[in-house]
Design a protein around this ligand. Structure first.
Ligand code: UDP
Length: 324
């Protein structure tokens, strides 16, 4: 199988690259190395089935060339991370909307199937007990850059759905909830590597707001095989699938558990949202997935616990950085 992974040098993309190479795919990674890195692909780069193309999904010609003659595409390239979105709203909008359109067009032209990575962010402030894929989206003002990512990803999904309906493009959508694991960096604000890194360094753990906001974390190796199963299931085309962790935990409890498990001398400090993200920031109070659809179609059932996630992330952050 000839597979392209856009964003394959990123956190999730690099795990997917390894997984598909091990399954015998020929994998071409297209990545502009903006937030991803070649170090993430250290274990893949000498594999005979691996090709790396440095480039941007906004380069339509390049995207066409890379996808031409391929069987399938996993589209993971995106501007992600709250800080990046808030600081660079225009670039994020362009990448996340025009870049995806370029990938959709190229897939159609090449006759390749597509798995589009979307996000639980699209549900916005909907704090329901369990978000099904049909749940309403509750977004704040269109003029707040905080909502830019959710808005852009919603448009991506609508584009993908329209390509499926109008042109028969074989495209499935996955909505990733808070996915965690080795190679995810705290640099763009993600909470688990941030808190674990702080605990390991003996620095105060920065919990934003009152810390009572909740999330459901899932571990990357629970999620990656499911991406492939969904991509290979024709019944998935034209649909979206939640992929999220099973246990709801507040960020304050996450911080407490991190300190306990790592036996860290660190204190926990509450940092107001304005200080963390700038004025007028709105957080999601709660985000809980209903994974029924992905469970029924491809047997998605995450098993890694929050404690295991903290320990595995701590182990990866303590390990020496591979030489590139
Ligand atoms: N957060 C925190 N401390 C940090 C980084 C994030 O308290 O150092 C909070 C953040 O405000 C949010 C939650 O942790 O409520 C998850 O943040 P992340 O950026 O990882 O993912 P999100 O769910 O916001 O996409």
């Amino acid at each position: 199988m000839k597979t392209v992974i856009t964003g394959g040098a990123g956190f999730i993309g690099s795990h997917l690259t390894e997984y598909l190479l091990a399954r015998g795919d020929q994998v071409t990674v297209l990545d502009n190395l903006s937030t991803g890195s070649l170090a993430n692909l250290e274990s893949s780069r000498d594999h005979p089935g691996f090709t790396f193309v440095e480039g941007d999904i906004l380069d339509r010609q390049l995207v066409r060339e890379v996808i031409s003659g391929q069987d399938r595409v996993f589209h993971l390239a995106a501007a992600v991370g709250v800080h990046l979105i808030v600081d660079h709203p225009l670039e994020s909008l362009r990448t996340n909307i025009h870049g995806t359109e370029a990938v959709l067009d190229a897939c159609l032209e090449a006759g390749a199937s597509l798995l589009l990575a979307s996000t639980s962010e699209i549900y916005g402030k909907n704090a329901s007990d369990a978000l099904t894929e049909e749940a309403d989206r509750i977004l704040g003002s269109a003029l707040k850059s905080r909502w830019t990512y959710a808005a852009a990803k919603g448009i991506d999904e609508a584009f993908a759905h329209a390509y499926w309906r109008e042109f028969g493009l074989e495209v499935a959508i996955i909505r990733l909830f808070n996915t965690v694991g080795p190679r995810q960096t705290g640099r763009y604000g993600m909470v688990v590597p941030n808190l674990v890194g702080q605990a390991l360094r003996g620095q105060p753990l920065t919990v934003f707001g009152d810390g009572l906001q909740t999330r459901c974390f899932s571990y990357v190796t629970d999620v990656v095989p499911t991406l492939v199963r969904i991509a290979e299931e024709p019944k998935a085309y034209g649909q979206a699938f939640n992929l999220g962790g099973m246990t709801e935990i507040s960020i304050l409890d996450l911080a407490k558990r991190t300190v306990e498990l790592l036996d860290s001398p660190s204190e926990i400090t509450l940092v107001p949202y304005d200080v963390a993200y700038g004025e007028g920031y709105e957080d999601m109070r709660r985000r809980v997935p209903d994974n029924t659809r992905s469970g029924e179609l491809v047997g998605f059932k995450p098993t890694t616990t929050v404690d295991e996630i903290i320990l595995k992330v701590a182990e990866s952050l303590s390990a020496p950085v591979p030489v590139t």
